[in-house]
Design a binder for this molecule. Structure first.
Ligand code: 5GP
Length: 197
């Protein structure tokens, strides 16, 4: 999923994750400093440029991108860990990362969270005391560039009301889990049962 800063994406994600325990959020690596209250290994793995460079060189990332003048990436190890535990993985990533993941995993589902208006997005960004004016401007510009690419996503969810956006998100997940290409094993099992009888 992608949503510009200020789209209310984090709130939606928190509620979605709490309501569907089969989902797990992928913890990315980033070179940006931790915000107050963020814990290493929980919101992100916070690493320096040297570590990030080394991981890129080693091919440790399934995707990575420069966002807001910092770098963010999803490690292959994180994907393997969560798939191994039987989870459906949610990636909170920007448009560049989503394009890379969709190329690598064609069955991935791309969901974009849109703000109801640009004014509401700016208001939310300014309401965050943690961002400098320069950061707000970078994030606004970035939001416009991301929204311009939202049409390439499978699903667009407008965050008019958090509860409705959460319900929409869960509806997408539920429908996607029932896609014929994902659940062929069901028909196979039924037909095998018929043969045994
Ligand atoms: P923030 O600094 O506000 O936590 O995140 C900034 C942006 O980076 C968000 O739009 C988020 O989706 C994106 N992002 C976070 N982790 C990753 C990642 O692993 N890969 C990519 N491509 N983008 C990420």
């Amino acid at each position: 999923m992608t949503g510009p800063s200020g789209s209310g994406k984090s709130t939606i994600l928190r509620d979605v994750m709490a309501q569907d325990l089969r989902l797990a959020l992928s913890v990315s690596h980033t070179t940006r400093p931790a915000r107050p209250g963020e814990r290493d290994g929980v919101e992100y793995h916070f690493v320096g440029d040297a570590t990030f460079d080394r991981m890129v060189a080693e091919g440790a990332f399934a995707e990575w991108a420069g966002v807001h003048a910092k770098r963010y990436g999803t490690s292959r190890a994180e994907i393997e860990r969560l798939l191994g535990a039987g989870h459906d993985i949610v990636f909170d990533i920007d448009v560049q990362g989503a394009a890379q993941l969709r190329a690598a995993y064609p069955s991935a589902v791309a969901i974009f969270i849109l703000p109801p208006t640009m004014a509401s997005l700016e208001e939310r960004l300014r309401g965050r005391a943690t961002e400098s004016e320069e950061q707000v401007q970078i994030r606004l510009q970035n939001a416009r560039a991301e929204i311009a690419r939202a049409d390439t996503y499978d699903y667009l969810i407008v965050n008019d009301s958090v509860d409705e956006a959460v319900a929409d998100f869960l509806a997408v997940i539920h429908a996607e889990r029932r896609r014929g290409t994902r659940v062929r094993s069901i028909t196979r099992r039924l037909l095998e049962e018929g043969e045994e009888a």
